[in-house]
Unconditional design. Structure first.
Ligand code: ADP
Length: 497
């Protein structure tokens, strides 16, 4: 009987489920998008029931597609959009309000206040993060302060809070397990990354009662089992849940970046570059954050991270708001209709700027528009913005780690775009390597679970599954590169808030 590991990947715009074989091949997959809510400029919400329902249905479709019978699934791994925060009722499992999505800027003023009050260093030293609306802690505070009765109910022990990993795990286990893995905990601004515990002082500073927080757990190990009666998942009842990680850490694992110095960059809704820094945290002097990559077998691995908030989302904006393209994939063919951007730069700072600029109040900007600029130039400049933002992060990473990379492993939906990857290589002046399986987030979740159940023997076995699809090498003169980058540097400054 053929056996598989199933990965659930609850992303920002869709929920996916993938069935993996031992060779790391995709045996079946399903993807279900869900609604985004923008109640005010700079605010982003998801309905927690949409997240859950789309995820369960995707899992059910995936299993049905492969005709899997009970006993054929060795384990389940979860990956999730990180930092997105929500509250739910302990007794009924009913969400209290919508989830505040990682991109949401509604708590920017509170985080600015934390910085002005001089808490930046204390927060950085304990959590590896900088006070920013991006992280979950201030989102919990907002929910508790603004949803009617929420704070009183939380204090009475009637509510639970969590990031999307906890929400899914709690539901998958029929309300038995309220836990969050180290990688997700380390994105809250409430977690001591050295001791792997919630930090009492920070919980007080952010007004988040300890009793509603999930229990921190390692990323690979016993997280419970799929309970009988979970809607749509009858076929998976009893399957052991053995892996869980935030999507970017899962992708780092899926790219088999197991050694200190290994780096990957994911091009999804946002763009996230992570470097494995081994068993000790490295603190950034250049605008990156320090995060837990994973905890396994009693050991913690850390990472340096550069988070770019808007990457593929800018391509969606071209499609949905500007209506310049019919599909994200069309951007490739449209961008190559012109030889350059005609001096035009798009800075997609729709929700402020993340690493390494960190300006919560920056907003999107287009510079260099002259009479000759047409839609193809704008499309090309939007794609190029992903490459420039990545270049800014990579420079910071080199400075912090002292490591000069020889190549960059890429993945995520937009990494399928060959124009984008070639331009990335040109701008970074670095070889870019795209693996055959770009579903590395799901793959990482599958590996975390599969290693815990012995489906894969060890990491060495997993490394053998990494196969290259295409290599991109730099192909522009240095002067051209410098000219392009200096134009970008000017454009970014125009977007500052
Ligand atoms: P997430 O997991 O964050 O939802 P994905 O990894 O699925 O994201 O990537 C989807 C993103 O990639 C979308 O924002 C989409 O606009 C972008 N995208 C997908 N395909 C392409 C392409 N061929 N060219 C450029 N962007 C693309």
């Amino acid at each position: 009987m053929k056996r598989y590991v199933i990965a659930l990947d609850q992303g920002t715009t869709s929920s996916r489920a993938i069935l993996f074989t031992r060779q790391g091949e995709v045996a079946a997959s399903a993807q279900i998008p869900f609604a985004q809510h923008y109640p005010q400029p700079g605010w982003v919400e998801h309905d927690p029931m949409d997240l859950l329902d789309s995820q369960l249905r995707a899992a059910a479709q995936c299993v049905a597609q492969a005709g899997v019978r009970p006993g054929q699934i060795a384990g389940l791994g979860l990956a999730n959009q990180r930092e997105t925060a929500l509250l739910w009722e302990k007794d009924t499992g009913k969400p209290v309000g919508n989830a505040i999505v990682w991109q949401c800027r509604r708590t920017a003023d509170f985080c600015t206040q934390l910085r002005q009050q001089g808490y930046t260093e204390a927060i950085r030293a304990r959590t590896g993060l900088r006070p920013d609306a991006y992280f979950s802690g201030s989102k919990y505070r907002w929910l508790l302060n603004h949803l009617p009765g929420a704070r009183q109910r939380a204090e009475r022990g009637e509510l639970l809070c969590g990031t999307v990993d906890s929400w899914l795990l709690w539901n998958l286990t029929g309300g038995r397990v309220h836990a969050s893995d180290y990688s997700n905990c380390s994105r809250t601004m409430l977690f001591d990354i050295h001791r792997q515990q919630w930090d009492e002082t920070l919980c007080q500073l952010l007004d988040v009662p300890r009793n509603i927080l999930p229990r921190p757990v390692e990323n690979s190990g016993d997280l419970g089992a799929v309970a009988p009666g979970v809607p749509h998942l009858e076929a998976l009842a009893g399957v052991p849940i053995r892996g869980m990680a935030g999507d970017q850490q899962a992708a780092l694992f899926g790219q088999t970046c197991f050694e200190a110095g290994d780096v990957k960059n994911t091009y999804g809704t946002g763009c996230f570059m992570l470097m494995n820094t081994g068993n000790a945290p490295v603190f950034s002097k250049n605008g990156l954050v320090t995060t837990i990559a994973w905890g396994m077998d009693g050991k913690v691995t850390y990472a340096l991270e550069g988070s770019i908030f808007v990457a593929g989302a800018a391509i969606q904006w071209l499609r949905d708001e500007m209506r310049l393209i019919d599909s994200a994939a069309d951007s490739e063919y449209m961008a190559t209709k012109v030889p350059d951007t005609n001096g035009c730069y798009v800075v997609p700072a729709f929700t402020g700027l993340g690493a390494p600029h960190w300006d919560q109040y920056a907003r999107g900007t287009i510079t260099g528009i002259t009479r000759g600029v047409n839609k193809y130039h704008i499309i090309r400049a939007t794609l190029d913005s992903l490459c420039y933002q990545t270049n800014d992060v990579l420079k910071a990473m080199k400075a912090d780690s002292g490591i000069d990379l020889t190549s960059l492993k890429v993945d995520g939906g937009a990494s399928a775009n060959n124009y984008l990857m070639q331009t990335q290589s040109d701008i970074l002046n670095l070889t870019v390597k795209r693996p055959k399986c770009v579903e590395t987030t799901a793959m990482g979740a599958a590996y975390l679970a599969g290693l815990a159940v012995g489906y894969w023997k060890d990491k060495e076995e997993v490394v053998k599954n990494w196969e290259i699809d295409k290599t991109f090498t730099p192909d522009i003169p240095d002067e051209k590169r410098e000219e392009m980058i200096s134009g970008w540097d000017r454009a970014v400054k125009c977007s500052y808030g």
